[in-house]
Design a binder for this molecule. Structure first.
Ligand SMILES: Nc1ncnc2c1ncn2[C@@H]1O[C@H](COP(=O)(O)OP(=O)(O)OP(=O)(O)O)[C@@H](O)[C@H]1O
Length: 265
């Protein structure tokens, strides 16, 4: 069953006046953050280093608890680890002693999915993320891009209703990034779930997202939420050539640069 069938339109994630202070810190990491992400939307979070982007994902995943305010998922307060959420962190965190297919199958195994079904779904995802022929390899035998592909398949295979990604393609070279961005777009068409990702790459934010949340620092808060008006399915190549793309890129860059300057002051 695809996520689109599972998810009626409406609210997925909501932050209500959320402040998070780490113990011993003299100022909050984020302060009074309110935002809403609707089901089926792809949202990019951008902002200067240290403005609290990862903190937002950690709160959505239920790995952190707000000092003030509330985080809601699917209409209920998040009070512990959010088991509806799949989280792809900056490092791929593949288990080194397991093969590619065993890593990808992990979430299905935890959910006691029968072996036959497990194997079928793993084979589908191995193909989808372009790892055919590498099923029995171990993480150390894969390139950085292949490890990322494996981590993405591992996160998406159990059809989570929301996926959180922290700089999903951060350490990769430009060509591999482009390939994976296009692959994620294609996969997302099939899944149609809710995706929130953090990036420093403005192009990536525009290619992938329906909305871009721009944060400011000191302490971190939401400065603006900007809609991305491009139709789907999107082809990165043709998108980049359009005038609307450069205009949106310029707008985001002005906001982003102002925040960086503010952060440095
Ligand atoms: N475990 C922690 N203990 C204390 N302070 C922390 C902790 N984790 C993060 N912080 C602080 O909280 C603030 C927000 O951090 P966070 O990692 O969310 O920012 P970010 O926007 O994701 O940064 P970057 O873009 O550099 O990854 C920063 O000032 C950081 O130093």
């Amino acid at each position: 069953m695809s996520t689109s069938q599972r998810q009626p339109p409406g609210e997925a994630l909501r932050f209500e006046h959320v402040t998070l202070e780490f113990p011993g810190s003299h100022r909050p990491a984020i302060e009074d953050v309110s935002l809403q992400v609707d089901r089926g939307k792809v949202v990019a979070v951008i902002g200067p280093s240290g403005c609290g982007k990862s903190t937002i994902l950690n709160l959505a995943a239920g790995l952190l608890t707000p000092t003030r305010g509330e985080v809601h998922y699917a209409g209920r307060p998040v009070t512990g680890v959010n088991s509806d959420a799949a989280y792809v962190t900056q490092q791929s965190h593949l288990l080194p002693w397991l093969s590619v297919k065993a890593n990808i199958a992990l979430a299905l195994k935890f959910r006691s999915v029968p072996k036959d079904e497990r194997e079928e779904r793993v084979a589908h995802w191995v193909e989808l993320v372009g790892l055919t022929g590498f099923e029995n390899h171990y993480p150390r035998e894969l390139s950085g891009g292949m490890q990322k592909r494996c981590a993405i398949a591992r996160a998406l295979i159990y059809d989570p209703s929301i996926v959180l990604m922290d700089e999903p393609f951060g350490p990769l070279d430009a060509i591999t990034r482009l390939e994976l961005q296009q692959e994620l777009l294609n996969i997302w068409r099939e899944q149609n779930g809710t995706l929130i990702f953090v990036t420093h790459d403005l192009n990536e934010a525009i290619y992938l997202a329906d909305e871009v949340v721009v944060m400011s620092k000191g302490p971190g808060t939401v400065r603006r939420t900007i809609p991305v008006p491009f139709e789907r399915p999107r082809r990165i190549g043709s998108l980049v050539e359009s005038r609307a793309f450069s205009e949106l890129h310029n707008d985001l860059w002005s906001l982003f640069a102002a925040e960086r300057k503010g952060a440095a002051a």
